[in-house]
Design a protein around this ligand. Structure first.
Ligand SMILES: Cc1cc2nc3c(=O)[nH]c(=O)nc-3n(C[C@H](O)[C@H](O)[C@H](O)COP(=O)(O)O)c2cc1C
Length: 258
């Protein structure tokens, strides 16, 4: 194998891999989609009484929608999946709301986890028997699900149902959440889970396509470069295409991670 061919081979492998990952994600969502699917989500925003003037720009994990309403990452994700699947949506809400301060919420979540607490919920699903598939969307808190999601999972019989975990996070990916779901729902088919960086939820449709397009650019740039002799116009054009592709891939990856 010549040194010149190496970038082509690497970019072809990466391109093939990302197409496989993208297709698997599509299949994952497609199989989760049916009339008997319920999208369940928990989000910090829906479980906190924020004052009117809370700063969504500088506050961690807060965002505003086009109408200026505060929205949690998991709610954005639930809305996106609802539009894609037309499934019913249910929001897990707690009786004792979380503090407005991010740091205080983090401390309380830590204590709830070490106490193995089961916070009381104020919402319930009356017709759980009607659903066969549950898309469970939650933020990763201290490397697993928030304790109210534990309460939710213990409140119903999920035997013979399929559970599709979707976790928004800031670096822990799924943490131990899927193992915890398997433990709480031993008679359910718990799927492998999909982690999504919290900062990326509103880019979710674009990022995978952008990565595939950027890898295709690297591949085509490498092919053009390979075709031409060194230090010719074509060689430089091919090189430039490959570099633009690489910058785009790095940009997309950074966006997915943070
Ligand atoms: C109490 C608390 C604990 C968190 N712990 C983690 C963690 O262990 N790992 C991680 O990657 N992100 C952690 N995060 C970040 C959230 O998972 C992330 O911002 C998520 O997208 C928030 O979703 P939401 O806006 O729907 O609540 C934590 C956030 C909070 C509020």
């Amino acid at each position: 194998m010549t040194k010149k061919k190496l970038p082509m081979i690497i970019s072809a492998i990466l391109l093939a891999l990302s197409v496989v990952v993208f297709t698997s994600a599509m299949i994952y969502l497609h199989t989760a989609n049916s009339d008997k699917t319920l999208i369940v989500y928990f989000t910090r925003v829906g479980n906190t009484d924020f004052s009117e003037k809370v700063d969504a720009v500088s506050s961690a994990s807060l965002r505003r929608n086009m109408s200026g309403e505060l929205m949690g990452n998991c709610e954005v994700m639930a809305n996106t999946l609802q539009k894609a699947t037309s499934a019913d949506v249910f929001a897990i809400t707690v009786e004792d709301k979380y503090p407005e301060s991010y740091e205080e919420t983090v401390s309380r979540a830590r204590k709830e986890q070490s106490d193995n607490a089961r916070p009381t919920l104020t919402s319930s699903v009356d017709n759980m028997d009607d659903y066969e598939k549950i898309i469970l969307i939650y933020p990763v808190w201290w490397s697993t699900m928030p304790q109210p999601v534990f309460t939710f999972l213990e409140s119903y019989d999920f035997s013979d149902k399929e559970i599709y975990p979707v976790a928004t996070h800031k670096g822990s990916f799924l943490g131990s959440s899927v193992r915890d779901i398997e433990r709480l729902c031993p008679n359910s088919a718990v799927h492998s889970g999909m982690p999504i960086a919290g900062g990326c939820v509103d880019w979710i449709g674009i990022i995978p396509i952008a990565i595939i397009a950027a890898l295709a650019l690297i591949l085509s740039g490498s092919c053009v470069r390979y075709k031409f002799d060194v230090k010719t116009k074509g060689y430089y054009i091919g090189g430039s295409l490959a570099v633009i592709g690489m910058i785009s891939v790095v940009g997309c990856i950074i966006r997915v991670m943070i």
